[in-house]
Design a protein around this ligand. Structure first.
Ligand SMILES: Cc1cc2nc3c(=O)[nH]c(=O)nc-3n(C[C@H](O)[C@H](O)[C@H](O)COP(=O)(O)O)c2cc1C
Length: 193
């Protein structure tokens, strides 16, 4: 069976971001399994705020195409999502909106979200760990983009204290849930190869 490729994509580019830290941990854990892991930063794919006239006049920007192709080169995508105002970050939503508008070779919209599997995680200094951003992101991906999102997810509360010096999740139960989620993502991604 072919080795599945997993993309890790944090929804924050903030210096010291808890969700970048969670993404780094996901990449580290995934590298221990038999998968090819790529971790990217949206900092490397700057995009204007989506606006219909902008698209009508110039089409999706080159970075939207690059992001779409990056997703399509993988069978699994793990997204870490900060919670802003009980939802996802504008950065993540705007990136998804642009990706959803890219069509190559006459393919249908949302091509990047089909034929692969998504898994979600969040980290927040709050007690709910960004859970509401995961609910919003699940709605965007599943209902908005037609993606398959596995039911397993982790929301890490008190994120400023949740990681140890090695960047691991300090709480053993949560760390085990996180590994189980990644394992399920890989199992599902293997089916897509
Ligand atoms: C505009 C704004 C709104 C926020 N709203 C929430 C919220 O609704 N729930 C929450 O848990 N944290 C909220 N936060 C706090 C973020 O979760 C926190 O800043 C977190 O560290 C951001 O993720 P990052 O560390 O990956 O950048 C908010 C932060 C900002 C800047």
């Amino acid at each position: 069976m072919a080795t599945p490729k997993i993309l890790v994509l944090p929804g924050s580019t903030r210096t010291g971001s808890h969700n970048v830290r969670l993404a780094a941990l996901a990449a580290k854990e995934l590298a221990l399994i038999d998968v090819d892991v790529t971790r990217i930063s949206l900092e490397d794919y700057p995009l204007p705020l989506y606006e219909g006239d902008l698209e009508a006049n110039a089409g999706p920007p080159a970075n939207a195409l690059k992001l779409k192709q990056m997703i399509m080169a993988h069978q699994g995508v793990f997204i870490t999502s900060p919670e802003y105002s009980a939802s996802v970050t504008p950065l993540l939503k705007n990136s998804i909106d642009w990706i959803s508008r890219v069509r190559e070779h006459g393919e249908p919209y949302y091509a990047a979200f089909k034929g692969r599997v998504f898994a979600l995680g969040s980290a927040s200094p709050s007690s709910a760990g960004g859970l509401r951003s995961l609910m919003a992101l699940r709605q965007i991906l599943e209902l908005g983009c037609g993606a398959l999102v596995i039911p397993e997810q982790v929301a890490i509360p008190q994120a400023d204290q949740a990681f140890d010096d090695m960047g691991n999740i300090a709480d053993t139960g949560t760390a085990n849930l996180f590994r189980a989620e990644l394992s399920r993502l890989v199992d599902m991604a293997r089916l897509m190869t």
